[in-house]
Design a protein around this ligand. Structure first.
Ligand SMILES: [Zn+2]
Length: 425
């Protein structure tokens, strides 16, 4: 009886919140559930922006910011969000990425400029990110996490300000860091395409950019998990379908800019060279490797190798080495050692389900990688493994990223970035 009342209260609150919190997304018309108000999201966006500004370095070379400001201004006019206080910054980092926080705070990492040839391609990315903000995907994600994680107790409080307080700590992650869902991604692609067209950039440039960008990643984990973007082919197909609609807006644009300014090779090379002159902030001379350790992750060196530990301690990256010869002195193949690792995982746990290992290349090193799940002491573990041949050819690196599925997912972007920066010395 008690339980029935609780269930009833839950649904009553849910219905009332949904009644006040359902709206349709502009342009796409999809209905979304929001427990946050636009001004609360903007407040969170501002807070997250301050956090990011205190952590990231601003790119010193002004040409990157000049490009972003020019493109950003045109997009902001096209988007027409009078309440937004637009800011555009380029950060000194080789990561090819960008984001827009609610309220119009746009960040682009210098590494992205390696992949954009002109203003129109930059407008593709920035327009996509702005679309996430305009469509209020961050607020939607906060609302979803409230519903999943906090449940009836908090819903019955039903005071939005208190709800936002609870989500506050997760603000940065929910608004900018975590990968978006496929629905959000497709919607941002669609709206972003319309925004760039309205701003006067030829929407065809978006196809060219996403085709280039989808070939970017070397390791499958980055493609499957880190990638905040749907698979290249489906994305291109959807964009092609929306192209006629975007072309209509482009034809009506007050000024047609075409591709806009074309970027100098020098600028792109600089972004690319910065990537090559890889500076590891974590080096392990005993195991002969380096990587860019996320400062929020701690590490522990022991007889097995090195373990990097996520800030919430729920996920780990273990890096070990294995000899290239077996006990009899025979050379082991990459496939054989991959198979051994896979079988060890199956024996250690139960209910193992792994994808077929795939050949990979990471920073010039050949390897194999595979992901999957198994159960260990009644606990589900998700694990990604990469086995790489060292540059000297004398040993294998075995990199495993693992954790309970929710922690695995939560920390995966940071983990993938670290793994992508792994270099054998
Ligand atoms: Zn996106």
């Amino acid at each position: 009886m008690k339980r029935r009342i609780a269930v009833w209260i839950f649904f009553a609150c849910f219905a009332c919140l949904c009644f006040t919190g359902c709206r349709s997304v502009p342009y796409s018309g999809r209905s979304q559930m929001l427990f946050t108000s636009e001004s609360q999201e903007e407040k969170l966006g501002k807070q997250a922006w301050q956090q990011i500004l205190s952590k990231e370095r601003i790119e010193k070379d002004p040409q990157y910011e000049n490009n972003l400001l020019r493109v950003g201004k045109n997009l902001a006019t096209a988007v027409n969000m009078p309440k937004y206080k637009w800011e555009f910054k380029v950060f000194d980092s080789n990561t090819p990425n960008a984001f827009c926080l609610p309220g119009g705070k746009v960040g682009v990492y210098r590494g992205l400029f390696k992949y954009v040839d002109n203003d129109a391609e930059l407008a593709t990315v920035v327009g996509h990110e702005i679309a996430h903000a305009v469509a209020r995907h961050g607020g939607e994600r906060i609302s979803q996490s409230m519903l999943q994680g906090i449940g009836a107790t908090v819903l019955s409080v039903a005071l939005n300000d208190q709800l936002v307080q609870l989500a506050y700590g997760y603000g940065t992650n929910l608004l900018a860091i975590l990968p978006y869902s496929r629905t959000h991604e497709s919607e941002a692609d669609y709206m972003g395409l319309l925004f760039m067209a309205k701003a006067g950039y030829d929407p065809h440039a978006s196809l060219k950019f996403w085709e280039k960008f989808s070939k970017l990643s070397d390791i499958s984990m980055v493609q499957e998990f880190l990638s905040t973007h749907p698979a290249g082919k489906s994305r291109i197909k959807e964009l092609k379908e929306h192209l006629p609609e975007a072309m209509k807006l482009y034809d009506k644009a007050p000024t047609k800019l075409g591709l806009g300014e074309v970027y100098s090779n020098k600028m792109q090379t600089k972004a690319a060279v910065a990537k090559k002159s890889f500076n590891t902030n974590y080096k392990n001379n005993k195991l002969s490797f380096g990587l860019n350790r996320n400062p929020d992750w701690s590490y522990n060196e022991d007889y097995r190798g090195v373990t990097l530990i996520a800030p919430d301690k729920g996920a780990h990256i273990l890096i070990q080495t294995a000899g290239i010869t077996d006990v009899t002195g025979r050379r082991r193949s990459l496939e054989a050692i991959t198979d051994t690792l896979r079988r060890n995982l199956e024996v250690r746990g139960s209910n193992a389900k792994f994808a077929k290992p795939k050949p990979t290349v990471l920073n010039g090193m050949k390897g194999m990688d595979f992901s999957g799940q198994y159960t260990l002491r009644n606990m589900n573990i998700q694990q990604y493994n990469a086995i790489l041949m060292s540059p000297s050819g004398r040993k294998f690196y075995v990199i495993s990223y693992y954790g309970k599925p929710e922690y695995f997912k939560k920390n995966m972007k940071a983990a993938a970035q670290m793994i992508a920066s792994f270099r054998g010395i």
